[in-house]
Design a protein around this ligand. Structure first.
Ligand code: R5P
Length: 282
């Protein structure tokens, strides 16, 4: 087996290969003068593991080209981050079910798909090949443990992320809860932990994705007003669009931690061991 990766997943791909003790296949990426992407895959074995996060449209097309280039080999796809997964329902007539469109396109040419903390596991049903989802909550929890926080409260921004918060909290035996929104007036919303108190303790807000950072910026301000000593933010997928990282830090968030499903300067948690374990498990 060889691991092959797209440009946006080079570091994670190499880490997965290192854990699996298999070589990394090289790929030369370039573009035609009109901007179309082009690539040439190096030598492949009978079995190939593609590691490729779809972080944007270019990454999606690059992955489709790479999967096609790998066709002579039996190929599995690790999709650490899947853009378009949040449009997982047709909310209005005429909308696409984008997650389904992308899942179907990415099923072509591969025998299995492995996702990491996909936004909604229901998306897996849209792949036309067997698909499984794995979680790096334990790795996020292990990193939170290294911060040396005293009695931290692990907080999900909404009840949808509560299970993830619970898995992170379980690694350190910490308390966890989710934020509850109360509309005080047309303009005013109050966010506070549903059942526990944030006063006089550090809080770690955990979520699958930090995108604009808007949710956490608002929550951090309110948690400080409620007496939290320090607010941290941790996520699996650091989308961090529109200057989100700086926005979070300027809002007083002490540190922003993400995994390498999207390779960022703040990717302090690696999904490599969890991915390798899932690849080894039939
Ligand atoms: C949404 O359902 C996700 O789980 C995240 O909570 C969301 O993407 C965060 O978005 P933002 O960082 O833009 O507030």
């Amino acid at each position: 087996m060889r691991v092959i990766c797209t440009e946006r997943s080079q570091v994670l791909g190499a880490r997965v290969a290192q854990v699996l003790k298999v070589p990394v296949a090289s790929v030369a990426f370039s573009r035609f003068p009109d901007g179309e992407q082009y690539l040439v895959a190096g030598d492949l074995d009978d079995e190939t593991l593609i590691v490729a996060s779809v972080v944007d449209n270019d990454a999606l097309v690059q992955l489709m080209l790479l999967a096609d280039a790998c066709e002579p080999s039996s190929t599995r796809l690790v999709l650490p981050y899947m853009a378009y997964a949040r449009q997982d329902k047709q909310f209005k007539k005429g909308e696409p079910l984008s997650a389904r469109a992308v899942a179907k396109a990415l099923s072509r040419g591969v025998t299995e798909v492995i996702t990491v903390n996909i936004h909604d596991p229901a998306v897996l049903e849209h792949f036309t090949v067997p698909a499984k989802n794995i979680s790096v909550a334990a790795e996020v929890g292990a990193y939170v443990g290294t911060l040396g926080l005293k009695n931290p409260l692990i907080l999900a921004p909404d009840d949808g992320a509560l299970a993830f918060a619970g898995q992170v909290a379980a690694t350190g035996g910490w308390e966890y809860d989710h934020l509850d929104k109360t509309r005080l007036s047309g303009m005013e919303v109050r966010m506070a932990p549903k059942n526990l108190c944030a006063a006089s303790r550090p809080v770690v807000i955990v979520d699958d994705i930090i995108s604009t950072g808007g949710t956490i910026v608002t929550a951090a301000g309110m948690l400080y007003q409620q007496g939290a000593t320090d607010v941290y933010a941790a996520c699996v997928h650091g989308v961090l669009t529109g200057g989100a990282y700086a926005r979070l830090i300027s809002a007083g968030v002490r540190d922003v931690i993400s995994s390498d499903t999207i390779e960022r300067g703040c990717s302090r948690v690696s999904a490599a061991n969890t991915i390798a374990a899932a690849v080894r498990t039939p």
